[in-house]
Design a protein around this ligand. Structure first.
Ligand SMILES: [Zn+2]
Length: 270
């Protein structure tokens, strides 16, 4: 499965080993996602991250990702890495995180901040926000219908995000949860496996091909040499009879830096 990369993610990491970014790994794994808003209608994603960096040793308070109408900025490694780090975005003394998920939020949850306000296009910000939340569910293999929780749920009576920010969009918290699941289902690209094992080149490797129905590209992956070949449907079909893909002129492009994310191919050894 792939996940549609609808938006760019910008890395702007805070200095590590500071109060805001302790440099500790999330452990044992990412279990849920906390939906926040900035509570500050004047500030963009960049404003917030710049502020965090300027004050990186002033407070043990942070979040992983800020989203506005133009940018998705990761300031603590979480969405662009397989080694997510901790941020301080929910108080340890509250108990709903433990009751709902069995863990402290700061130890296993990623905090995502929705930016809103008069200078921010609410719809564009919302689109990026629900995509970010659903992509995190995909990335960490957690159920989008269960794994998103508002800060207000975890710290009731004291925190009112993300509801406050969402009001500007005319959206409720419930609607957010529904929209994240919808976004998740729309963004998942189910690859169609082609039932053809073929021999490639003189190495006689047997590969499985996979076709991505949304792009009509066909991928053959050489796990051993860490290369993938991308065919379009036409070159794939005309190559069918030829000593098994010897016509490398027809190859659209060759990658030598690993695979595109999500193209899981099983290769049987000859
Ligand atoms: Zn919050």
């Amino acid at each position: 499965m792939n996940f549609k990369k609808k938006f760019e993610i910008t890395k702007k990491h805070l200095t590590s080993k500071t109060k805001r970014r302790p440099g500790l790994l999330i452990s044992p794994a990412v279990k849920f996602i906390v939906a926040h808003d900035t509570g500050n209608p004047k500030s963009t994603a960049k404003n917030n991250v710049d502020y965090y960096e300027r004050t990186n040793n002033e407070a043990q308070a942070s979040a992983h990702i800020f989203v506005d109408d133009k940018e998705i900025i990761e300031c603590i490694p979480s969405i662009t890495t397989d080694k997510p780090e901790k941020a301080w975005h929910v108080r340890y003394c509250v108990s709903w995180d433990n009751e709902l998920f069995g863990y402290e939020a700061n130890d296993v949850a990623i905090g995502v901040e929705y930016c809103f306000g008069p200078n921010i296009n609410a719809q564009e910000s919302y689109n990026r926000y629900i995509w970010t939340l659903s992509y995190l569910c995909y990335k960490y293999n957690i159920d989008p219908s269960k794994a998103i929780v508002g800060h207000s749920v975890l710290d009731p009576g004291r925190k009112f995000d993300p509801e406050n920010g969402l009001k500007e969009m005319g959206k409720s918290y419930q609607q957010l949860l529904i929209d994240v699941v919808k976004e998740y289902n729309e963004s998942i690209e189910k690859n169609q496996t082609i039932n053809a094992n073929i021999l490639i080149n003189n190495d006689f490797k047997i590969m499985k091909l996979i076709k991505n129905p949304t792009s009509n590209k066909i991928y053959a992956i050489d796990l051993k040499n860490k290369k993938h070949w991308i065919f379009n449907e036409e070159t794939f079909n005309t190559g069918m009879d030829m000593g098994l893909w010897g016509e490398w002129d027809n190859i659209e492009s060759v990658g030598d830096d690993g695979y595109e994310e999500g193209h899981t191919i099983i290769m049987a050894k000859q």
